[in-house]
Design a protein around this ligand. Structure first.
Ligand code: NZQ
Ligand code: ZN
Length: 392
């Protein structure tokens, strides 16, 4: 195992911590831009709490509202302009993964005169790699992406229907102020999609990483087992703050780099899902609930022992009298049953996606993370036909 690991984001975690926003932000600037989504934070009172804390610390703020789910590059450009024109010296991302991702790229785009799409990997010949950014403080209101404490951001170009990412250390938020109380208002469906996203983040490394990572395997299994246990409780009762807190922490641990250290993770389920949500504006976690089990059934044939281990350790299934592939497939069935139980869709027809563009999604999925032959990287690498087979 060879790896480097560094995650510089300071995490302040706990119910009520949003009251500390002013204190945290004042370490980084005097005038903040608060980035928000479609209005949930105004309805839930999270925005008022944030503003109260900023005011009591004597800080000024402007707003960038209406970042859409599956955030668009046009919103990033709009936010960067506001930050520039208003002379903001710090950015606060108050919302779900979409808001946080957009805010992270706005931070770098505010100090760049070109088109922020230059920074997002989309097969261009020359990628612009930003070297400076405004400091970003994340305040997540939905447990899913882990964006609050990682250096990735996923942005959509609506004109080209490409959804892709930037992942560079510069984009680590300075502080993640994580108040699980802010997530009790997340509706049941989005809570469930978030749980699926969390689980898929560690699964990508578990099933697509290198061999010989026993400690990381156990971390991943632990995250999945806890996400299932507390995810189920959070979906059943939105007000269950204990469950909300454990799911929120799982979302951070699942994608802050720790579980992935040494694993050399690839993410084919994500790449296929991003192609779908670029075209159909599907919620990311719902797309993963559809792609995940289908991809697993495809990949299990190539690596049955790994899937058998998953079935045994995560779902406690017995290996007695079964070969590895049979046991592995039972584990995938158990996972799919869980997804359905919490209310995730598991077929494309449930989200009204038909087969017409399957070839296109397959090509888009392999646009960036591919080998020399153009195959989507993963275990195994996938041809266009393989991806179409999974989608079917
Ligand atoms: O927009 P608002 O009004 O805020 O409503 C949102 C949105 O409709 C709502 N919501 C959020 N917090 C709420 C709430 N509703 C009630 N109460 C609250 N406390 O939930 C809806 C979904 O929000 P969104 O931010 O889109 O969801 P999520 O956190 O799942 O983020 C998804 C985006 O993140 C990307 C996805 O591709 C997608 O674009 N990802 C980012 C990653 C990263 N940065 O590391 C990794 C992921 O794999 C993922 O690709
Ligand atoms: Zn994800």
């Amino acid at each position: 195992m060879n790896f480097e690991f560094q995650n510089p984001t300071k995490i302040i975690f706990g119910a009520g911590t949003i009251a500390r926003l002013g204190e945290v932000v004042s370490e980084y600037g005097k005038k903040a831009m608060i980035v928000t989504g479609g209005g949930s934070v105004k309805r839930t009172g999270a925005f008022d709490k944030a503003v109260e804390s900023l005011k009591s610390a004597g800080l000024a703020y402007v707003e960038c509202t209406d970042v859409e789910p599956n955030p668009r590059i046009t919103s990033v450009a709009r936010g960067a302009k506001i930050a520039k024109d208003e002379g903001c010296d710090v950015i606060i991302a108050l919302g779900g993964g979409s808001t946080m991702d957009a805010a992270k790229v706005m931070g770098a785009a505010a100090l760049y005169d070109g088109n922020p799409w230059d920074m997002i990997l989309h097969g261009q010949e020359e990628v612009y790699i930003p070297t400076e950014t405004l400091p970003v403080i994340t305040v997540p209101t939905l447990a899913a992406t882990g964006s609050e404490a990682n250096c990735g951001a996923v942005i959509t170009n609506d004109e080209t229907k490409i959804k892709s990412f930037i992942q560079i250390p510069l984009l680590f938020p300075k502080v993640a102020l994580v108040d699980p109380e802010l997530t009790v208002s997340v509706p049941q469906n989005h809570s469930a999609y978030g749980v699926c996203d969390i689980i898929t983040h560690v699964m990508e490394g578990y099933f697509n990483g290198v061999d010989g990572t026993p400690i990381q395997d156990r971390f991943a299994e632990g995250v999945i087992i806890n996400a299932i246990e507390y995810g189920r409780k959070a979906v059943a009762n939105d007000e269950n703050l204990e469950a909300r807190a454990h799911v929120q922490w799982a979302s951070i641990v699942a994608l802050n780099g720790w579980v992935q250290a040494g694993v050399h993770m690839l993410a084919p389920m994500h790449m296929i899902e991003h192609a779908l949500s670029a075209h159909h504006d599907l919620t990311h976690g719902a797309g993963l609930a559809i792609v995940g089990p289908a991809w697993m059934r495809f990949a299990a044939k190539y690596r049955p022992e790994r899937f058998a281990q998953f079935a045994q350790r995560v779902f406690g299934l017995s290996s007695e009298g079964k070969d590895a592939l049979t046991l592995g497939m039972e584990g995938i069935d158990a996972y799919e049953t869980f997804l359905r139980e919490i209310g995730c869709p598991t077929t494309l027809s449930e989200v009204n996606i038909t087969g017409e563009l399957f070839e296109q999604y397959a090509k888009d999925a392999a646009l960036v993370v591919r080998d020399e032959d153009g195959k989507l990287l993963g275990r195994p690498p996938m041809t266009t036909e393989d991806i179409v087979e999974v989608l079917k």
